[in-house]
Design a protein around this ligand. Structure first.
Ligand code: HPA
Length: 274
């Protein structure tokens, strides 16, 4: 894993990707957030050595390097989900690569099902914490100390300082947002009404199928993380309706304009701690 990461890093550096200030993982339906980036380099995943290659031709995604304001960003348009059959190592590989390109700040976005009764479809939630219910842990196995320690501190998985800054921005822009806890399940089925109820009972506000593996690995390597979720459907008791991937994409697509504005302003104005 170590040497593969270094090989990929070397390739990307030779392509001109130099120490991005932010890594961004764009989730379901949030891909168009790249419109905010002044793009310098676009690389389809197929062209990047050691990147997992999707079996669905042309649908594996791309890595985008550019700037937002004064800041350099490296965005993944399309991520790898565990339910697709990737190993955990493959799922989190790009995050390992980001770290060794010099990324210290990771922004992750996703679509999720809201179980907090105060949430509505299309709402935006800043992720304050997570619960990992995916049945495989990305750090299981022999630990490579070069990446990070065996036992990883998780007392602040999502940066409180970044959350405060984003709350301030949302207030100034008059954009309503929620804060809440994201629970990750393996998928690929959406939840049954009883499962949504369980998700709520264990203390979370939204449920999805991604993000947590990437954040765990980012924390393993000492990165600072910020997470934002679009509530695309509701798992609130008595309000559970039919949900489809198409509906999730549709809602995410509408909300992505707002998410894009928030993230753009955040990147332009957040004062990165040295
Ligand atoms: N459950 C799991 N993942 C999701 C959902 C959901 O309701 N909505 C979007 N991603």
């Amino acid at each position: 894993m170590w040497s593969k990461v270094q090989e990929t890093v070397k390739f990307l550096q030779e392509k001109g990707i130099t120490k991005p200030d932010y890594g961004i993982i764009l989730g379901s339906g949030l891909g168009n957030m790249v419109d905010k980036i002044a793009i310098e380099i676009t690389l389809p995943y197929e062209e990047i050595p050691n990147f997992p290659v999707s079996t669905v031709a042309g649908h594996s995604g791309e890595l985008i390097f550019g700037t937002i304001g004064e800041k350099k960003v490296l965005a993944m348009r399309g991520r790898f989900h565990y339910y697709e059959g990737w190993t955990m190592e493959q799922t989190v590989f790009p995050v390992r690569v980001m770290k060794y390109l010099g990324v210290e700040n990771l922004i992750v976005s996703n679509a999720s099902g809201g179980v907090n009764p105060a949430f509505k479809v299309g709402d935006i939630m800043l992720i304050t914490d997570h619960i990992n219910f995916i049945p495989e842990h990305p750090l299981r196995g022999k630990n490579d100390e070069r990446f990070g320690p065996r036992f990883v501190d998780m007392h602040e998985p999502y940066s409180k300082r970044m959350i405060r800054k984003m709350e301030q921005i949302a207030l100034e822009m008059n954009i309503p947002i929620h804060k809440g806890i994201y629970l990750a399940l393996q998928g690929p089925t959406f939840e049954t009404p009883a499962e949504y109820r369980m998700v709520k009972l264990v203390g979370s506000d939204a449920v999805g199928m991604s993000t947590v593996p990437e954040v765990i690995v980012a924390k393993h390597m000492g990165m600072t993380c910020f997470g934002i979720s679009v509530i695309t459907d509701l798992g609130v008791e008595g309000m559970v309706e039919e949900v489809s991937h198409e509906e999730v994409q549709k809602v995410a697509k509408v909300a992505e304009k707002t998410v894009g504005k928030l993230v753009e302003e955040f990147i332009k104005t957040y004062n990165i701690l040295a």
